[in-house]
Design a protein around this ligand. Structure first.
Ligand code: B12
Ligand code: SF4
Length: 550
């Protein structure tokens, strides 16, 4: 994409350094020195792209990452994409606070700090904004957190909301004229076929466990608790195959080998295109390049109904899919509008996907109005039977902008804002079940499924049946030697799970040697999940956010 990429368009007007003009830019006289700094620099901007810190959560994988010497699971793709839309002559740096703490010098270096965040990063965002204000560096914020709750971030200098492909050019245009507005919104969806290749050169890949790519945005379904359709629409917007293979080329050319997460809301949203164009072209790209990557993505459960897509995915290098299973209770599925999960044997669907050669990660929710008291036992039973090692169980959360949020507000049951951590032990609405019962039931699920006994039983059950497409003899993935030795100490000697750990390792070595590194990976994940469960604060009941009055 070549939005505003010429030198002329980005030359900032350097002639206006009168006090009034500074006021126009900065809004307050105290920032004037900073502005003079800008204007002395013949239009070349220094941009610091900041990805705020996220807390230790199930999704952070922080306890697992230490084993492989990585700092974060994935780079901040939103910021790298935004960076690719800025004039290439601008001086850009990226500070991922999950990799390294942010220093005052970095903030002072920049003319503008661009921040991207999800709700879970809220606390860190407020801290970064306060520091930027104190140091006199102007801020531009965008991404899901700000798009969902702009009023809370009025202290940012510029809120560029929604998809940057639509709103950023307007901000850049106004900035060029010297009159950037405070807020930019749009009700249009972006044309993702124009989205540029992320500016990978801004990150140090050695700090991340995997890279990420986005092929599509949006989801054809419309579950009550989910904000995807509000943020990205119901009609999946897909990139062209040429665009996708160009992104693979870029990552490959830049030296990346290993895992890539397709961060789509629902990778199979447009099945016809996937089957006829996208997957065949990814498959042939992978064959030509001798399979340098393994892929992972998010899909809906109806993948199980399409053996051709599953087969093509496996042949193209997909190894794992995340699926929102939510609940084995059909009434809850009706309540939340999860139609694709209804009227099917969910367990059978999971098995079909696993038998096709794909590992399944599952999302589960408790706290629906229709949840019976037996739901906790049912969830545990389902998870154990499914062989889903990575089972993310969360309590229902009312995210802003969702139909659930609106309904609970109308019913007078909405309490406050959410922390954004869907696996925290706190509620932002009044549940039908007694809150104490719900929280203790939730706790019983987590402590049960992540107890070493149950977790390793699930993993062994799964590995026993798993037949991935590419299985050779015993092989160890790069980076796993160190992980192996660390895990021997942490899990095999010190850890509570030492008995199960050795049992799994020996079982895999003798029975399924080709899955040895996967067994080790699962053992490390299990440690992370157990640690997070142990560290969870169960004393809270409700999120203490602002009471809604909108
Ligand atoms: C990948 C991903 C993750 C990764 C994050 C890895 C990483 N380093 O980025 C992982 C798996 C860790 C993750 C975890 C979670 N995630 Co998540 N995740 C996503 C996902 C699928 C893709 C994000 C992405 O890379 N998109 C591609 C880029 C190009 O899009 P983007 O970031 O939105 O950026 C665009 C715009 O937002 C904007 N923009 C973004 N930043 C900026 C900055 C500026 C300055 C500007 C101008 C514009 C701008 O322009 C970009 C181009 O259009 C999104 C869904 C989605 N479709 O985005 C959910 C999503 C962001 N996650 C979400 C949530 C809730 C979570 C979890 C709490 C789990 C959950 N689903 O319940 C956890 C919390 C994290 C934690 N550590 O605890 C929500 C956020 C909702 C919110 N209001 O904050 C989303 C929207 C999905 C959803 N509804 O569930 N997630
Ligand atoms: S299928 Fe997944 S992404 Fe689509 S609306 Fe439902 S929860 Fe959201």
């Amino acid at each position: 994409m070549t939005i505003f990429a010429t030198e002329e368009t980005f030359t900032i007007d350097l002639h206006c350094i009168s006090d009034n003009c500074c006021m126009l830019y900065t809004g307050e006289p105290s920032n004037r020195n900073h502005l003079r700094r800008n204007t002395a620099r013949t239009g070349s901007m220094k941009i610091l792209l900041v990805y705020p810190h996220y807390p230790d959560t199930f999704w952070s994988f922080r306890h697992a990452l230490k084993f492989i010497g990585k700092k974060a699971a994935f780079p901040p793709l939103g910021l790298l994409t935004v960076a690719a839309m800025l004039p290439p002559e601008w001086d850009m740096r990226l500070a991922d606070m999950n990799v390294k703490p942010l220093s005052d010098q970095q903030i002072q270096w920049a003319d503008y700090v661009f921040i991207s965040a999800m709700t879970v990063q809220r606390e860190s965002v407020h801290e970064v904004l306060a520091r930027c204000r104190r140091l006199g560096t102007r801020t531009v914020v965008g991404g899901p957190l700000f798009t969902a709750a702009p009023a809370e971030f009025d202290s940012a200098d510029h809120l560029v909301l929604g998809e940057a492909e639509v709103t950023l050019p307007r901000f850049l245009h106004d900035l060029d004229r010297g009159q950037p507005e405070h807020i930019y919104v749009s009700d249009q969806w972006a044309e993702v076929r124009e989205t540029p290749i992320p500016l990978w050169k801004l990150i140090d890949p050695s700090k991340y466990a995997a890279m990420n790519i986005q092929y599509s945005r949006g989801c054809p379904f419309d579950c009550e608790f989910c904000d995807i359709t509000q943020l990205f629409g119901r009609k999946p917007r897909t990139k062209s195959t040429g665009q996708l293979t160009a992104e693979l080329d870029a990552l490959h050319g830049w030296g990346w080998r290993g895992g890539i997460f397709f961060v789509d809301d629902n990778f199979i949203g447009d099945k016809r295109k996937l089957k006829n164009e996208t997957l065949p072209s990814v498959q042939s790209w992978m064959e030509q390049h001798k399979h340098p990557f393994t892929f992972y993505t998010e899909v809906s459960i109806d993948l199980a109904d399409d053996p051709d897509i599953m087969d093509l995915m496996v042949r193209s290098g997909f190894e794992e899919v995340f699926i929102g299973i939510e609940t084995p209770n059909d009434d809850c599925l009706s309540e939340t509008g999860k139609i694709q999960n209804k009227n099917r044997n969910l367990l059978e669907s999971v098995k079909k996907i696993q038998h096709a050669g794909l590992q399944v990660q599952g999302g589960f929710i408790v706290g629906f109005d229709s949840d019976p008291l037996s739901i906790f036992e049912k969830q545990i039973h389902f998870i154990q039977e499914s062989g889903i090692a990575t089972a993310m169980v969360g309590m229902l959360t009312a995210l802003r902008g969702t139909k659930l949020h609106q309904r609970l507000f109308k019913e007078g049951r909405l309490l406050g804002d959410t922390s954004g951590n869907n696996t925290a032990a706190s509620l932002n609405f009044i549940p039908r079940m007694k809150a104490e019962t719900l929280i203790s039931g939730y706790r019983s699920i987590l402590t049960s499924i992540y107890s070493p006994k149950n977790y390793y039983k699930r993993v062994t059950g799964f590995l026993r049946e798993y037949r991935p497409l590419r299985q050779g003899s015993f092989h160890v993935k790069p980076g796993y030697i160190g992980a192996f030795f660390k895990s021997i100490i942490m899990l095999g000697v010190i850890g509570k799970e030492r008995f199960q750990f050795w049992k799994l390792l020996f079982w895999s070595l003798f029975r399924r040697p080709s899955l040895f590194s996967l067994a080790l990976t699962f053992a490390i994940y299990g440690y992370h999940f157990r640690k997070i469960t142990e560290k969870m604060d169960w004393s809270g009941m409700f999120d203490t956010g602002v009471i809604e009055n909108n």
